[in-house]
Design a protein around this ligand. Structure first.
Ligand code: ADP
Ligand code: MG
Length: 298
């Protein structure tokens, strides 16, 4: 678990929604992301995580407002390095591309130096620079993708399920690498994972997404040690061996509640039918979309 040291806001998100036809992939997201924050974005498949990343990086149309508090450089690392790295290019050229195309650097000596530094920073041997992506392992390819991002010195790095296509041990090494990069560089990271244990390790703050809505948001230590939403509790108890799990599980309810999670909730009762599904402030930096937030453990 990391702690964010800065208080300065770098991204301000107001009433962000993304709609595909009549379907909201994201709805009414309000969020303030601080400089040097590692924002963990958690949620099951289809909850809107990738849409959130795409909206922030400007590659998806949205309604609402996303403001950057300074001219920030954003870079995006995708889930599957096999499809994000051009198979016809040597690793050297892959890492060089953003330097030439985006940074407009022409000096070969500077380019060489930047590429060599980046490849060392991600823990790879410079011999790999002459190889093609198919000659590398999954973990090595993801390190190349990280190196390609780092050469341009991004202020904000968006990592969308970057360990999901890897073996657990390789994924853990990538997570370690990212933590080192975070601690060395002044950088803000948006780290998406369906696996909350990865977020426990890497993030300073967490949002829990469900069907395009934030169900809970707060500091990582509060979310993990003191979850307030039943869904968060289900996610966390699935990774802890110590909690009693009989009652903490997905249900199948028929409800009239506007609460978006009520049909699956182990705490659902008639009281929830009056709830308007709004996000509730429980402290300065902890919000939850549940009226039973004080009673989710019993
Ligand atoms: P996640 O990354 O959490 O798995 P996504 O953000 O990819 O979720 O998708 C959220 C929802 O939006 C899903 O139901 C998905 O099917 C839908 N969706 C994503 N992209 C599109 C698109 N281009 N057109 C229509 N629906 C989409
Ligand atoms: Mg996704």
């Amino acid at each position: 678990m990391l702690e964010c040291l800065e208080e300065k806001e770098i991204i301000s998100i107001k009433n962000l929604s993304v709609k595909y036809n009549n379907f909201y992939a994201l709805k009414d997201i309000n969020l303030s992301i601080k400089e040097r924050e590692v924002l963990g974005v958690c949620g099951e498949s289809g909850s809107g995580k990738t849409t959130f990343c795409k909206a922030i990086s400007g590659i998806e149309r949205y309604n609402g407002e996303i403001k950057f508090l300074k001219k920030s450089k954003i870079d995006f690392i995708f889930q599957d390095p096999s499809s994000s790295l051009n198979p016809r290019m040597k690793i050297y050229d892959i890492i060089q591309e953003p330097l030439i195309v985006r940074e407009k650097i022409k000096d070969k000596k500077i380019i060489n130096e930047k590429i060599n530094n980046a490849i060392l920073e991600v823990g790879l041997n410079s011999d790999l620079l002459e190889k093609y992506p198919h000659q590398l392992s999954g973990g090595q390819k993801q390190r190349v993708a990280i190196a390609r991002s780092l050469v341009t010195q991004p202020d904000i790095l968006i990592c969308d399920e970057i360990t999901s296509s890897l073996d657990i041990s390789v994924g853990a090494q990538i997570l370690n690498l990212l933590k080192d990069i975070y601690q060395k560089r002044k950088i803000t990271i948006i780290f998406v994972s369906h696996d909350i244990s990865a977020l426990y390790y890497i993030s300073t703050d967490i949002i829990i997404l469900y069907k395009g809505l934030i169900l809970e948001e707060g500091k990582t230590k509060d979310i993990i040690k003191n979850p307030k939403h039943p869904y968060t509790n289900i996610l966390i108890s699935s990774i802890l061996t110590t909690t009693k799990k009989e009652n903490i599980k997905i249900k199948n309810n028929t409800t009239k509640s506007k609460c978006i999670f009520s049909d699956k909730c182990y705490k659902y009762s008639k009281d929830c039918d009056n709830y308007e599904n709004q996000l509730i402030d429980i402290s300065n930096d902890h919000k939850v979309r549940c009226i039973k937030y004080e009673k989710i453990f019993n």
